[in-house]
Design a binder for this molecule. Structure first.
Ligand SMILES: [Zn+2]
Length: 87
């Protein structure tokens, strides 16, 4: 495990909008882990552990019962905080 860095992160949204019925959902169904690819960083191996939440869609008649957080919120965050970005 020497030189192995593990970071844990999650999307910080408190609600999701159902893409099928546009209803806002705040009721968390469950959560699970996803492992991100190992990234070499400064000579170390970095392993990302991403907590992904699943929400209920409570709208009556909506064919979609659950919603899953999208990982895009993380890639967007990394893109903003990435090296080479100034100001
Ligand atoms: Zn829905």
């Amino acid at each position: 495990m020497d030189g192995l860095v593990v970071f844990e992160t999650h999307c910080s949204v408190g609600e999701l909008v159902c893409p099928d019925c546009s209803t806002v959902s705040r009721r968390v169904h469950s959560r699970y882990e996803r492992h991100l690819a190992e990234l070499p960083a400064a000579g170390r191996r970095v392993v990302g552990r991403l907590i992904v939440r699943r929400f209920f869609c409570d709208a009556p008649g909506c064919p979609r019962r659950t919603l899953v957080e999208q990982v895009e919120c993380l890639t967007t965050r990394y893109a903003r905080a990435g090296p080479g970005v100034k100001g």
